[in-house]
Design a protein around this ligand. Structure first.
Ligand SMILES: Nc1ncnc2c1ncn2[C@@H]1O[C@H](COP(=O)(O)OP(=O)(O)OP(=O)(O)O)[C@@H](O)[C@H]1O
Length: 228
């Protein structure tokens, strides 16, 4: 599903964020990416949704070699990959409903299908009753639930999350994590960078640890480790 072979990323300022990365993530897996600040976790996962391109190496997503992917096919790839950020990235001038519908409209979804799909994902994150609200009328946890709903409305094969609980209190973080688990139980692959020790140690999923731009540990039912 996601394969990297000898991947390296050097940013234009000369910083090599990751190098020598070899990894295979299979369909349906739930993977935590952990490591100290600045280790290269965000860079590693940005490669997966082509936010950044590798300097060297090969990345294959769902059988597509990203190096050979034409620019005009990038939106097509992105449709199959949901992305969730620490700071939610909702459009402030649109309602909850519109934020999610927008993700479908840009893919040319038939208007008749949009309403059902949006209401279905709002149901999953238990926010149907807030459909007409604007993001600034919601708590942080509610905003993150909207952003998760938006990430899955196109029914992607994989959801990639970069510190999705970084701005949330512990109880709210658990609510969010339970939603990701539900999404994974429905068959979607989940890859998540996190600093949340308690969640990683409790959930017992695959853990990939990155330090100094290298994978230093890759464990099934793994643990967070000794990082802050
Ligand atoms: N756009 C960029 N341009 C130049 N250097 C960058 C860029 N993005 C990240 N870096 C550098 O690459 C290294 C890895 O950063 P990255 O954001 O991938 O780490 P991280 O493990 O996600 O950190 P954190 O846990 O603090 O979010 C750091 O040295 C960082 O300063």
């Amino acid at each position: 599903m996601i394969e990297m072979q000898d991947v390296k990323k050097t940013y234009p300022n000369g910083v090599t964020a990751i190098s020598g990365i070899d990894v295979m993530i299979h369909a349906g897996e739930f993977v935590y990416v952990v490591g100290p600040s600045g280790a290269g976790k965000s860079t590693f996962i940005k490669m997966m949704y082509r936010e950044e391109k590798p300097t060297n190496g090969k990345i294959t997503i769902n059988g597509v070699n990203l190096e050979k992917l034409k620019e005009k096919r990038v939106p097509h790839l992105r449709r199959d990959i949901g992305v969730v950020f620490q700071d939610f990235k909702l459009l402030t001038t649109l309602t909850v409903y519109e934020n999610i519908a927008f993700a479908l409209e840009v893919t040319g979804e038939h208007p008749r299908h949009i309403k059902k799909k949006v209401l279905d994902v709002l149901d999953l994150v238990q926010l149907k009753h807030k459909a007409r609200h604007f993001p600034n009328e919601l708590s942080g946890g509610e905003q993150q639930r909207v952003s998760i709903a938006r990430s899955i409305v196109n029914n992607p094969a994989v959801v990639i999350a970069d510190e999705p609980t970084g701005n949330l209190d512990p109880d709210t973080s658990w609510d969010i994590m339970n939603i990701f688990e539900e999404i994974n139980n429905r068959g979607t692959t989940v890859v998540m960078a996190t600093h949340n020790r308690e969640i990683v140690n409790t959930m017992k999923k695959r853990v990939i640890a990155i330090e100094g731009g290298k994978i230093v540990r890759d464990q099934a039912r793994g643990e967070y480790g000794l990082y802050d």
